[in-house]
Write a protein that binds this ligand. Structure first.
Ligand code: NDP
Length: 284
């Protein structure tokens, strides 16, 4: 079975849209997201455009701050401080990667945790680990939403996560733990990788290597979540999983594109609404 991220993200966004309408009616406030992008990375441009479109579709106001490659770190930090202060902005997202001369860590730290809709600020990371959060990092939360939609059993299952980045692998592990999976996290130092991935009931792959996972690494009947987005030399997109091969052994698999990617954006919409609700309710 293919787990259709386009379908499920449309479902999530429809719910957000209805809630946004209700929120605007009740409070007179339109939830708003500021997206900051520095430089001319073509992949970032596509992501930013998709985020803007999603905002339009659900009724969230979206403001894009497109800064030149030459922007200094202090200029970017000043913009973030300004956005932190603006009551009409509820969510701030700084598109990564940033140019080399700007410290990603300093920038993420500068965002007010209440407006940190990517949930990358250490305060929000800590709250995720403690299981006491307002919003969750978009990609792993999107994976959980997809699994929920398809009624995939997680409790007591062995979930193997391939990749340990702060954006995907690590938060994914915490969410799976919270859902009562037994979790194994693998990375580039893991020995006998295929022996471990073959034990997975749920295999989440986020390593950034095109078609790295082949059928012989997957247990028959496993659920396979492919987070990877890789550009092949011919320009086509490929995930981290050799989809054609693996779908013959897996019970369910996410396609690339059209799997986890759209879910990430749908959760961003949900997070922006949550951020607006929290900020407006706190004011009252
Ligand atoms: P990172 O490069 O930050 O992390 C990759 C992880 O994979 C690291 O933990 C690394 O291990 C591990 N890894 C790399 N090679 C191997 C290997 N041969 N064997 C085992 N582990 C390996 O990537 P991200 O987590 O940011 O992204 C992963 C992929 O997901 C990318 O393709 C990215 O484009 C995509 N992505 C998709 C999103 C979506 O919305 N669908 C959102 C975010 C990312 P180590 O730590 O030891 O170096």
């Amino acid at each position: 079975m293919t787990m259709d991220g386009k379908l499920v993200s449309a479902y999530v966004k429809e719910n957000v849209k209805q809630e946004v309408e209700g929120f605007i009616k009740d409070t007179g406030v339109t939830p708003a997201l500021a997206v900051v992008v520095v430089g001319n990375d073509p992949a970032s441009a596509v992501y930013v455009r998709n985020k803007h479109r999603a905002c339009l579709a659900v009724g969230i106001a979206s403001y894009e701050y497109a800064l030149s490659e030459e922007t200094t770190e202090s200029e970017l930090l000043a913009l973030i401080r300004d956005l932190n202060q603006k009551p009409e902005i509820h969510g701030i997202l700084v598109q990564l990667p940033l140019p080399r001369h700007i410290s990603e860590e300093k920038v993420l730290l500068a965002i007010d945790p209440k407006k940190d809709v990517d949930a990358f600020h250490p305060t929000n990371v800590g709250r995720l680990v403690a299981g006491n959060y307002d919003f969750l990092p978009c990609t792993p939360a999107g994976v959980m939403e997809l699994l929920r939609y398809y009624k995939t059993e997680i409790d007591g299952k062995h979930c193997v996560i391939l990749g340990r980045s702060n954006i995907v692998g690590k938060p994914m592990a915490h969410l799976m733990l919270e859902a009562n999976a037994t979790v194994t996290v693998c990375h580039s130092h893991t020995k006998n990788l295929a022996d471990i991935t073959r034990q997975a009931d749920i295999l989440v792959v986020a390593i950034g290597k095109a078609e790295f996972v082949h059928a012989d690494m997957v247990k028959p009947g496993a659920v396979v979540i492919d987070v990877g987005i890789n550009r092949l030399p011919d320009g086509a997109l490929a995930g981290d999983v050799a989809t054609r091969e693996v779908e013959a052994v897996a019970s369910a698999i996410t396609p690339v594109p059209g799997g986890v990617g759209p879910m990430t954006i749908a959760i961003l919409m949900k997070n922006t609404l949550t951020a607006a609700k929290k900020q407006i309710l706190e004011e009252k």
